[in-house]
Design a protein around this ligand. Structure first.
Ligand code: DGJ
Length: 768
């Protein structure tokens, strides 16, 4: 920032002319005064220019730029680091430094609103990013800029780290900004370090602190519960703080996920408007504060929820926060989410650019009631259906307290000898000889009180020692802050894989939240109870890290009795997630639509089940917009349904590459229309798959007029073909006509969705 110090200029002028008014004007005196004046003028000039130069040189400006956007920080006269810009990047980076001249960003009463990482207990009194109690009990913290550096991983990925220090206490914070340039994604985290003599206490320790200036702010966040996940609400943010958070511990996302959309100026649409998609990569309690300050600017602070989670930081130790991940677009929500999908597939989701397995799950087909014969028949059914894998669900384990319902056995991971006298190995063999891969369900973080594990290790369980136990689905979480428990959980999976190397898939479930948060291990090891929520998640990551070191590739589904336990830290270890137990396709259209803002289709497991009243074709068409699976009794399908389903799996295999790796365009929003429509386009724009679903059954509802397609090549010619028709039914689409991409994107296309054709899938391919 260039600021001319007017005061010193005026003072200098007075200092130069002053002698004229007080000295006698004899020629000799005038001569010497004139000489003196010259020297003073030169000195004054030098003082002003060098002072000005030194001042402007001390201002450090740090632009964090992606291909299209910039987050710019700058130090002020006291060396505090503030955010001076967030938005589309400027072509002349040097011009960032003049932004603050025209912008009111500070406040004399509350300190600096736009701090890049707001400390607490000193000059700042607004919501902090970092709040500590020093080893001596003092609660003040200041952070001044020390240095920054850039490290480049490759042409696309680099990390800028900025070191801040407290001038009084030996505490420092390094802010990290990992830039994925082409994807316009920034991954941001902080590392807090202390050199105090003994441990200090972290009271709040955010991952990211951002600052936005816009006319207005519109936040879309999600709420829900079991079977009602991802219910969106959009609200205009007004003065004060709006908090999105979770205090549920183990399955933290049950009522609210850590993902949100934030529109600037006005609500963004799919194709227009300024929008940020943000999410915290953390599988536990999270908290994001949105504060509209007294200048109507927006402060955002996101990180681990500090609720009941004061965390000790020992001397010479680091505390690394989880990553806050965000992308920004000035071209609407569609562009922003495609950027996030590209990033997630390339850089984050395990095997994100790879393939996935279609499967038949037995949960809704058998629940706990199965044996080897039944399962062998199901393997054959899966093969008949044409899917890649059979997934054996809950109920295969425990003997003293057999797992015949959800009241007992969880924790006792030995095959139930009544149901499976020949063990898992036999099942894997049977499946293989039926020509299908074999996968298995586990819920290794949990225990039923009615189990041998609980009897043997009551101290491994999260529960208050002096209070009655409180259950969700008759179970309790194990204490993953305890290294012994981590070893146990790793061992559950390791034993399965070691004994049965051909197991090809894992469904990792987690059905209870954390009540009565208390750890016998933390007590015994003289650590703080307030570490539990954080150490649980860290313990989980340790297990997953170890598992992936030994079994790097095996696909795993992250499931949480629905509840959408999904975030971008867990997805480093998992290939997919289970969005909800609610597989009623009508509900799923809406949920899958909302999840699709944050997660690409290849990570969303969608199963065809018997939920809902819709015909099999509708259920199948809805499941196809993600990773297709089945949870039905194949042998109960009538001839036509079976033929349709076999054909559907075959069709899916022919289009799955476009769905998994292509670009998603959400075209017609089911929340505002009679029907939903979305399309996936291959990166080379040669192929696209269009899905449309009727969501309103009132008289004459449907697609009367064409709607505009997106993402095609305007000069290419395309032909259209309806896919996944039910046996003996005919298409209503004129398939012998070709259209230019320009036509399809300007005039549009009508798949003729109606009460008689409630779901329609259309393949759009270039004409060679
Ligand atoms: C909850 C999951 O969401 C279901 O799919 C199933 O695996 C059950 N748990 C098994 O207990």
């Amino acid at each position: 920032m260039l600021k001319i110090n007017l005061g010193s200029i005026i003072q200098s002028i007075l200092w130069v002319i002053d002698p004229f008014f007080y000295t006698k004007k004899s020629p000799a005196v005038i001569h010497s005064i004139m000489f003196l004046r010259k020297i003073k003028i030169i000195a004054a000039f030098m003082f002003v220019t060098t002072g000005f130069h030194a001042f402007s040189q001390n201002m450090v400006t740090i632009p964090i730029e992606t291909r299209e956007n910039a987050l710019v920080m700058q130090t002020d006269k006291d060396n505090h680091l503030a955010i001076i810009y967030f938005g589309r990047k400027l072509s002349l980076a040097a011009e960032y430094q003049s932004i603050p001249i025209q912008t009111r960003q500070q406040d004399g009463n509350s300190g600096i609103y736009n701090s890049a990482y707001t400390p607490s207990g000193t000059w700042n009194v607004s919501e902090p990013a970092l709040q500590v109690t020093h080893a001596d009990g003092n609660k003040s913290l200041d952070l001044v800029y020390i240095s920054h550096k850039t490290s480049k991983e490759n042409d696309n990925v680099s990390t800028i780290s900025i070191l801040l220090k407290d001038p009084v206490y030996p505490v420092e914070v390094t802010l990290f900004y990992k830039i994925y340039s082409n994807e316009n994604v920034i991954e941001q985290w902080s590392v807090i370090h202390s050199e105090e003599k003994s441990a200090l206490t972290l009271q709040k320790y955010a991952s990211a602190n951002l600052y936005f200036i816009a006319k207005d702010y519109y936040l879309t966040h999600y709420n829900g519960t079991w079977a009602r996940e991802m219910q969106p609400e959009e609200e205009q943010l007004t003065a004060g703080i709006r908090v999105l958070d979770s205090k549920l511990g183990t399955r933290a996302n049950l009522f609210q996920p850590p993902s949100f959309l934030l529109s600037f100026d006005k609500p963004a649409t799919e194709t227009e408007g300024k929008v940020l998609l943000g999410t915290l990569a953390w599988s536990g309690n999270f908290r994001t504060d949105f504060e509209v300050d007294s200048y109507h600017n927006l402060r955002l602070i996101s990180g681990i929820n500090n609720y009941a989670s004061e965390y000790p930081l020992a001397s010479k130790q680091d505390f690394k926060t989880p990553s806050f991940i965000y992308t920004y677009s000035e071209n609407g929500k569609g562009d922003a989410s495609r950027n996030l999908h590209n990033w997630a597939r390339k850089y984050r989701i395990l095997d994100g650019e790879g393939s996935r397995l279609t499967l038949l799950n037995n949960w809704e087909a058998t629940y706990f009631d199965f044996n080897e014969e039944k399962l062998s028949a199901l393997f054959k059914d899966g093969k008949k259906l044409g899917v890649d894998l059979f997934l054996l669900d809950d109920g295969w384990f425990a003997n003293k307290y057999p797992r015949n319902d959800d009241h007992a056995g969880l924790g006792d991971w030995q095959e139930n000898i009544k149901k499976l006298p020949n063990g898992i190995g036999h099942l894997v063999k049977e499946a293989t000889s039926a020509g299908i891969k074999f996968g298995i369900w586990v819920e290794p973080e949990m225990v039923n009180p009615k189990s041998e594990l609980y009897e043997k290790h009551p101290d491994w369980v999260i529960k208050q020692p002096a209070r009655p136990e409180h259950y969700m689905r008759n179970q309790l979480p194990l204490d993953l802050s305890n290294p012994e428990v981590q070893t146990f959980v790793f061992g559950v999976l390791d034993k399965l894989f070691t004994e049965n190397p051909n197991i090809a898939y894992i469904k990792w479930d987690c059905n209870a939240i954390t009540f009565n948060a208390y750890s016998a291990y933390l007590e015994k090891s003289k650590q703080k109870q307030s570490q539990l929520y954080v150490d649980y998640v860290r313990g989980l990551y340790k297990v997953l890290e170890k598992l992936r070191a030994k079994y790097p590739k095996i696909p795993m589904m992250l499931c949480s009795g629905g509840g959408g336990r999904v975030d971008y830290e867990a997805l480093k270890y998992f290939t997919e997630f289970w969005p909800s137990d609610n597989t009623d396709p009508m509900e799923r259209i809406f949920m899958q639509w909302e999840y699709s803002y944050f997660f690409p289709a290849l990570a969303q497991s969608n199963h065809v089940t018997d939920w809902g009243k819709q015909p099999l074709k509708f259920r199948t068409d809805v499941a196809m917009m993600g990773k297709l699976g089945y949870d039905i009794v194949v042998s109960h399908l009538n001839e036509k349904d079976l033929k349709f389903s076999q054909q559907a799996v075959y069709t899916y295999n022919s289009i799955k590459d476009v769905i998994w790796h292509g670009d998603l365009f959400r075209l017609v929003d089911p929340k505002k229309n009679d029907y939903a429509a979305l399309m996936f386009n291959s990166k080379d724009k040669k192929r696209a798959v269009l899905f449309s679903y009727l969501v309103n059954n009132r008289y004459a509802s449907g697609s009367d007029v064409p709607f505009k397609l997106q993402g095609l090549d305007p000069v290419k010619k395309y032909k259209v073909k309806e896919l996944n028709l039910y046996p003996d039914s005919k298409t209503s689409i004129k398939e012998d006509q070709t259209y230019s991409g320009d036509y399809l994107m300007t005039i549009g296309f009508n798949p003729v969705v109606s009460t008689r054709r409630t779901s329609v899938i259309v393949e759009i391919t270039t004409v060679d």
